[in-house]
Design a protein around this ligand. Structure first.
Ligand code: GLP
Length: 252
């Protein structure tokens, strides 16, 4: 696990975006997992800005969204698909068959999850998994609990997570779906590189526990300690529970 600390959230976001571009430069047909969330807004804005000067760099890239609310699809403003299209994908102009979404409106959720896992495998697996982190330590919609699920699955959201997502539904928590489809822990950990971005005070506790705590299903992000190439991009506020020190995270 490598921790990269930055003075501001914008600096963390820019560095994470630059890291994505580096992966794409090294491997033009990279397969990238994309999360939604507030944290990703400045990351995607910077990726779009960088892509303007080198649009062809993205021609062969393939993407897979990390998670999607049940019952929502491309036409719903609150869907993660529309978030990704709005903030990133429309601007990158990838070929339609290079962009994969989880269908939250699928009549058979299990079949949809199996289809998605097959599609990731057929694409050669994920080269880069971008991630945010929930204040409770969730990644994707893998919520803390007594157990975690390995593969793409139907997840039940905690109330805390639904409240955190109310902003996509005009701050009306009652409209936030109770369930979602999400890549599983093994799907996420199977990525060759993981870049997690965490900014703001509300993430400090989850970041500290993910980096220095016990690996536990009670904090899904802690499993990233077991990943051979997990990088955390954190701003000062999100890093405040981490001790600076020799070999420890310094400011970039
Ligand atoms: C959401 C999503 C995640 C996201 C995380 C952080 O609930 N399921 O994919 O990374 O929580 O979101 P935010 O960046 O808005 O804090």
């Amino acid at each position: 696990m490598e921790i990269r600390r930055f003075a501001s959230s914008d600096d963390a976001a820019s560095a994470a975006a630059a890291r994505v571009v580096e992966v794409v430069r090294d491997k033009p047909h990279a397969v990238i997992g994309l999360p939604a969330g507030r944290t990703m807004v400045p990351v995607y804005a910077e990726m779009v800005r960088l892509a303007r000067s080198a649009p062809s760099q993205w021609a062969q890239v393939r993407t897979f969204q990390v998670d999607e609310f049940i019952g929502l699809g491309r036409g719903d403003a609150g869907s993660f698909r529309s978030f990704l299209e709005r903030h990133l994908l429309d601007a990158l102009k990838l070929a339609a068959d290079h962009v994969a979404f989880l269908n939250g409106e699928a009549s058979d959720a299990l079949a949809e999850c199996e289809r998605y896992e097959r599609a990731i495998a057929e694409a050669g697996g994920l080269d880069l998994q971008l991630l945010g982190i929930g204040a409770n330590g969730h990644i994707g919609f893998n919520e803390p609990g007594d157990s975690l699920t390995a593969r793409t699955h139907l997840a039940t959201l905690h109330d805390e997570t639904r409240r955190a997502n109310a902003m996509w539904f005009e701050n009306d928590v009652l409209r936030v779906p109770h369930r979602a489809l999400s890549m599983g822990m093994a799907t996420l950990l199977g990525a060759r590189t993981v870049v997690l971005v965490a900014t703001g005070d509300s993430k400090a506790d989850a970041v500290a526990r993910a980096v220095t705590g016990t690996v536990t299903t009670k904090l899904p992000a802690s499993f990233l300690q077991l990943h051979r190439a997990a990088e955390f991009y954190v701003d000062a506020a999100a890093a405040k529970g981490l001790m600076p020190g020799p070999g420890g995270p310094g400011l970039h």
